[in-house]
Unconditional design. Structure first.
Length: 393
C-alpha cells in the first residue's frame, strides 16, 4: 500500500502558509582604501590626480633614511612601493611629487570612513587605518555584491576616496579577494567557488604567509594555493605545526574556525627609521616615548585596548632583535604603553647593544591582543593634583 503524507507539501509552511524564505547568509565585505595616504592628499590637491605622487620624507629636504608610506598608481608604474627607501624611490622616479605625511589628517579620515561603513552594518571591524571588514546579511552573491557596490559608491561620493572590495563568507577569503580586486574593483567569491578562486594564486597571497613561510613551502614543492590543497594536513603540520594544517583547510575552501572567530585586529605598530644610526640611550629613550604616545593615540581613535606590548630594533647591520610582554589585563592610554615599551627597549639595549656597540637603525613599538573598548578607563593622571574625579561641580 503506498505511503501517504499528512504534512504540508515540501517548501511550504503548515496550514497553507507561504513558503518560508531561506535564512540570509552572513557575508564579509572587506574594504581596502586604495593608496590611502595619497588619496587623502589628493582630496585637497585634485590637480595632482593622474601624476606620480609619493607620501614620504621629501628627498629635497636633504639625505633621508625614511621610506615610502604610500604611492599613487602612476608612481607604482616606475617600480615604487610602500616601505621602499625614499632614496631608491627618488632615483626610480625623479619627477615624482613628494608630500610629507600628515598622520593626524589620516586618522581623522579613517574615522570618517568607519562612520560611513557603520551606515551599512552594526558590525564593522577595522584592521588597520585603511582596511575594515563589514559583516552583512544577504540571500545570495548578487545581493552581497549590490551592498559592496553601494559601499564603494558611498565612499567615493561622500569622502572622495577610492576603494577595492572583496566579498566572501569568511574574512580571510574576502581579504584575498580584495587584493585580487585592486585597484578600484569588487571581487565576489561564493562559498562553492572558494577552492577554484584560490587554486592559481601563490601561497604568499594568504594573509600571514610571509617570505619565510613561503620559502618553507617552496622547499616542499608548494608554490600555489592549489598545490597546497593537494597536500595532506598532517604533512603541512609537520612543516608549520597547527598553522600548516589550517592553511591546507583554507586552500580546500574550508573556513578556518580559529581565524574566523576572531573579532578585531590582532596588532598595531609604529616605527621610525633614524636619519643617522643611534648609539646613545638618551636619544633612543626620547624616540620610544614619542612612538608609544603616537601609537596610544591611534588606538584611542579606533576605540581599542591592548593586552601586550612589544619593542623591536633593526640594527645598523640589518639584524633584528625584539622583546614583548603580555599585560595582566587589557589597557588603554599612553601611560602603561610608554612604561612597558621603555622597559623592554632598555632591556634590549642593555643585553644586545652594550657588548657589541652596534647602533640602531630602526625602532618599532607594537601592541597586540587588541580588543574593542566597551567602557572608557579613567586614570588619576588625567586629573589635576588635589582634585577628586568622583566629585561633581
Amino acid at each position: 500500500m503506498p505511503e501517504t503524507s499528512t504534512g504540508p507539501p515540501e517548501g511550504t509552511s503548515p496550514l497553507g502558509a507561504p513558503p518560508t524564505a531561506p535564512e540570509p547568509a552572513r557575508w564579509i565585505v572587506y574594504v581596502d582604501l586604495d593608496a590611502f595616504y595619497v588619496s587623502c592628499e589628493l582630496r585637497e590637491r585634485p590637480e595632482l590626480r593622474g601624476r606620480p605622487v609619493i607620501v614620504g620624507p621629501p628627498p629635497k629636504d636633504g639625505p633621508t633614511r625614511g621610506v615610502v608610506l604610500s604611492a599613487s598608481y602612476e608612481a607604482r608604474k616606475f617600480g615604487i612601493h610602500s616601505a621602499q627607501p625614499a632614496v631608491t624611490a627618488a632615483r626610480l622616479c625623479p619627477d615624482a611629487i613628494w608630500i610629507p605625511p600628515d598622520f593626524r589628517k589620516y586618522g581623522e579620515v579613517s574615522a570618517q570612513v568607519r562612520a560611513r561603513l557603520a551606515r551599512f552594518s552594526a558590525e564593522v571591524t577595522p584592521f588597520s587605518i585603511d582596511e575594515a571588514a563589514v559583516t552583512i546579511d544577504a540571500p545570495d552573491p548578487s545581493a552581497a555584491r549590490t551592498v559592496a557596490e553601494e559601499i564603494q559608491r558611498d565612499l567615493a561620493e561622500n569622502l572622495d576616496l577610492p576603494a577595492s572590495l572583496g566579498v566572501a563568507t569568511t574574512r580571510i577569503v574576502a581579504k584575498i579577494a580584495t587584493d585580487a580586486a585592486k585597484p578600484g574593483g569588487i571581487r565576489v567569491v561564493p562559498p562553492d567557488e572558494v577552492a577554484a578562486f584560490l587554486a592559481p594564486l601563490p601561497v604568499r597571497a594568504i594573509p600571514g604567509v610571509g617570505p619565510k613561510t613561503e620559502e618553507i613551502f617552496q622547499r616542499h614543492g608548494v608554490r600555489t594555493i592549489g598545490e597546497l590543497a593537494e597536500r595532506k594536513p598532517s604533512e603541512a603540520a609537520g612543516w608549520l605545526g597547527g598553522f600548516g594544517r589550517d592553511l591546507v583547510a583554507l586552500a580546500r575552501g574550508v573556513p578556518i574556525a580559529s581565524s574566523e572567530g576572531e573579532s578585531g585586529p590582532r596588532s598595531r605598530s609604529t616605527d621610525h627609521t633614524f636619519a643617522a644610526d643611534v648609539g646613545a640611550w638618551a636619544e633612543m629613550e626620547v624616540a620610544v616615548r614619542q612612538l608609544a604616545v603616537e601609537l596610544a593615540r591611534s588606538l584611542a581613535e579606533e576605540g581599542l585596548r591592548y593586552g601586550a606590548v612589544g619593542v623591536a630594533y633593526r640594527w645598523a647591520d640589518f639584524t633584528r632583535s625584539q622583546r614583548s610582554r603580555t599585560l595582566p589585563a587589557a589597557q588603554e592610554g599612553s601611560a602603561t604603553l610608554e612604561e612597558v615599551a621603555l622597559r623592554l627597549a632598555r632591556e634590549l639595549w642593555d643585553s644586545e647593544q652594550a657588548g657589541r656597540e652596534r647602533p640602531v637603525r630602526t625602532l618599532s613599538v607594537r601592541t597586540e591582543r587588541l580588543s574593542e573598548r566597551t567602557q572608557r578607563q579613567v586614570s588619576l593622571d588625567e586629573y589635576p593634583r588635589g582634585s577628586d574625579p568622583r566629585s561633581e561641580n
